[in-house]
Design a protein around this ligand. Structure first.
Ligand code: GTP
Ligand code: MG
Length: 439
């Protein structure tokens, strides 16, 4: 497993306590120990022994940074020239020019006929990067910036808002707009027929939860290309279901899995490898392999959680991630943004975080995202169930399927579909046993 750690914790003997401000000579400004900073992303990932090569690459990259700065200057000049040309062209026959440009693109597109919008997993990382490199205006420096910020496929460029690409990669507004336009064109983003959509939905894969009843409720299990939220009171089995899915996603197709790895973002410190071992053994799986296929990240605060979710895009392909778990989605947000005054800010940041996650489903349609959520008592409800998922409407709109969990007798738990665009309302009873989730 790869453990993601906080930058400032790396030097435990630097004499600073958590929360202390300290001067960072690299960024030339004050940092708070225990917080993670974007400028130090390279420290956020503590490499496995096998990943030593990568650590060397990071070192090499640092050296290249100076080079890159030089290149950037050149690039800026290049774009200034471009802009000038464009303006000049616009004055005369700009429209024709643009059309001509796209005719050229179309010729390129013919070569790229095998790009599949929905079957992106068939392509390797390198192939995806090649396609980005192929876009007009992507030179060495631009490519490096894009990859560094996680935009290593046409999908990731096409589906990300321009402001985010700009902010994360440092590319200019015009360049970003051009890249998005091209990426969208090559991916045929636009109106589709319902038939195409149906073709896509027919190919949705499902991960078994371990309980036949719960699977039936979900029309076959946890589906890919969507976000599912399990919410309920404490000890209703949210964390147990998350653990089980991390094991089950690895199962072969005939056993209800999708032969992929899992990424677990733990915000509460409740991930237990021991539990994974128990569940893996119950399924006759080699638990060492199972553990290896779970990439684990502990999020210490909401900023860190957001950062880990953004980082995910860099490892999905490489590690064959088919399931992302966040347990719990809004715990940190809830404790950090206290009081009504900060509610608007919280909702806004949470909304962006959810969109980061949902975008991953657009980019990787064979990825399932499962999150947990606590419940909070809604004081103004006098009849019905006063327990509401925390996070309000934002989460309700972000997650495609919502399941409410409550306690039953003993080991039994009851799951109820609360909100799903395509599933009928219903309930399922399942159990939490020593072997994991079952009927
Ligand atoms: P919070 O995170 O506190 O909101 O709760 P949760 O919904 O995540 O609950 P969790 O998934 O941790 O479920 C806890 C329940 O799982 C406990 O009540 C136990 O009954 C059950 N459980 C956990 N581990 C085991 C185990 O090893 N064996 C058995 N039989 N049950 C377990
Ligand atoms: Mg839990």
């Amino acid at each position: 497993m790869i453990f993601l750690a906080k930058a400032a914790e790396m030097n435990s003997d630097d004499g600073f306590k958590m929360g202390d401000p300290y001067y960072c000579p690299e960024c030339e400004r004050n940092h708070i120990k225990g917080q993670i900073y974007k400028d130090h992303l390279q420290y956020a990932q503590v490499p496995d022994i096998q990943d030593e090569e990568k650590a060397e690459e990071i070192e090499a990259e640092k050296d290249e940074d100076i080079e890159e700065e030089d290149l950037e200057d050149e690039e800026d000049e290049e774009y200034e020239d471009d802009d000038f040309e464009e303006e000049y062209d616009d004055d005369f026959d700009g429209v024709d020019e643009e059309e001509e440009e796209y005719e050229d693109d179309d010729i390129d597109d013919d070569d790229d006929d095998d790009i599949e919008v929905y079957g992106s997993d068939e392509r390797g990382v390198e192939e995806c990067i090649e396609q980005v490199k192929d876009l007009t205006g992507v030179g060495e420096a631009t490519l490096r910036k894009l990859i560094k910020a996680g935009f290593n496929s046409l999908e990731s460029i096409a589906y990300t808002p321009p402001s985010i690409i700009q902010e994360d990669s440092g590319l200019g507004e015009k360049t970003t707009a051009k890249l998005i336009k091209q990426a969208m064109k090559r991916l045929n983003v636009g109106f589709k027929s319902a038939e195409t959509l149906w073709e896509h939905r027919k190919n949705i894969a499902r991960i078994t939860t371990g309980s036949q009843e719960l699977d039936n409720l979900l029309a076959g299990g946890v589906e890919t290309g969507a976000m599912i939220e399990f919410f309920g009171e404490f000890r209703t089995g949210k964390t147990q279901i998350m653990h089980q899915l991390c094991v089950n996603v690895q199962l072969p197709k005939e056993k209800g899995g999708i032969e992929g790895a899992a990424l677990y973002i733990d915000t509460e410190g409740t991930f237990r490898p021991e539990r994974i071992i128990q569940m893996a053994e119950a399924l006759d799986l080699d638990y060492n392999k199972v553990l290896k296929n779970i990439v684990f990240g502990r999020a210490y605060n909401s900023d860190h959680q957001i950062l880990l979710a953004k980082e995910a895009i860099n490892i999905i392909k490489e590690r064959n991630i088919k399931l992302i778990v966040i347990d719990s989605l809004i715990g940190h947000f809830r404790s950090e943004y206290i009081g009504r005054g900060t509610l608007a800010t919280r909702q806004q940041i949470l909304n962006q975080h959810l969109h980061d996650l949902l975008r991953l489903c657009d980019i990787y349609p064979d990825l399932a995202i499962v999150v947990t959520n606590q419940v909070q008592a809604k004081p103004d409800v006098f009849y019905g169930n006063p327990l509401q998922a925390a996070g309000g409407n934002i989460i309700a709109h972000g997650s495609t399927i919502r399941i409410y969990l409550r306690k039953g007798k003993g080991e039994q738990r009851v799951a109820k579909i609360v909100d799903a665009p395509h599933l009928p309302e219903g309930e399922a009873v399942f159990s939490i046993t020593g072997n994991g989730i079952s009927d």
